[in-house]
Design a protein around this ligand. Structure first.
Ligand code: PAF
Length: 287
């Protein structure tokens, strides 16, 4: 990694493994609250909003940057995942009391791996669980190990990945970890597209095409009382299919169990996954 940031600055430091980070937290930050923002890098305003929130609520913020191979069920996707470490460090250098951890695979998954696989149940079988087999096992594993090695008081996740947040809640409960999980609202661009590291692969025309996602979600929310759930989905899907995007799924589910619903209730969420060219996008709206 290029040493563009002075490593000895007190409030902004980069660590390359957990033992160094743990020693620093224990010796120089003893008794301070730790907020964790796990990322795969390619940072954008969405990530920065998590860092800002963590910064307000904790004495020190740890941002991990690690492209986790275990959560990619598609090797091409893993290879293509944007890696912009210098820009990431520059963006984070704006913050005080931020520690960056860029561990390698060996540090995250040591021989003596502390993870005991959890049972994700239906979460692993529906929506993202169905279309990205193994993905959530990889997410649960990596987040567990971050929690184990860093022992944060709070951890921050964007709710664009709504099902991921449910998976992390389940893993945390089953693994008996004492960390407060904070789900943070989705940050969107001016047109309403949810920010994602993958958006950098979209050209201007594709960026415009993606507007069908937010329009469809808004249609569902605005018309949820006008139609029954079957008609509502049919109308929304028909509208979506007029766009160049390829819809993978549009479902209205319970926000905890992710079971499909026959009627919209207070804990309903509509989730969409679609391809815009080669880029897979997801989004959701609470109903
Ligand atoms: O949402 C992400 O960026 C990743 O899935 C996470 C939580 C950092 C785990 O690798």
């Amino acid at each position: 990694m290029s040493p563009i940031i002075p490593r000895k600055m007190d409030t902004f430091r980069t660590f390359y493994d957990f033992s160094e980070l743990k020693a620093y937290l224990k010796n120089e930050r003893a008794g301070q609250s730790i907020g964790l923002v796990p990322t795969m890098g390619a940072l954008h305003e969405g990530h920065l909003s998590l860092v800002k929130k963590a910064h307000v609520e904790n004495d020190v913020v740890v941002v991990t940057i690690f492209v986790n191979p275990k959560q990619f069920n598609n090797q091409t996707d893993l290879k293509k995942y944007p890696r912009t470490i210098e820009k990431d460090l520059e963006l984070l250098s704006e913050f005080k009391n931020v520690l960056i951890c860029t561990p390698n695979e060996r540090a995250v998954y040591p021989k003596n791996d502390p993870y005991k696989p959890v049972d994700l149940g239906r979460l692993n079988e529906v929506l993202e669980g169905k279309y990205r087999p193994g993905h959530f096992d990889g997410v649960a594993h990596v987040v567990h190990n971050f929690f184990h090695f860093i022992q944060p008081n709070r951890a921050y996740f964007g709710l664009k990945d709504y099902q991921q947040f449910a998976v992390i809640k389940k893993m945390t409960r089953q693994s008996n970890l004492k960390v407060e999980l904070v789900g943070c609202e989705t940050i969107r661009n001016k047109s309403g597209l949810a920010l994602s590291s993958r958006n950098q692969h979209l050209n201007n025309k594709e960026l415009e095409d993606t507007l069908v996602i937010i329009n469809t979600l808004n249609f569902i929310k605005e018309n949820q009382r006008k139609y029954n759930i079957v008609e509502l989905k049919e109308n929304a899907i028909a509208h979506f299919k007029k766009s160049p995007l390829i819809l993978e799924y549009l479902e209205i589910v319970d926000s905890e169990s992710f079971e499909k619903l026959e009627r919209i209730g207070p804990n309903s969420v509509c989730c969409i996954a679609a391809y815009c060219g080669e880029v897979r996008l997801i989004d959701n709206i609470a109903l």
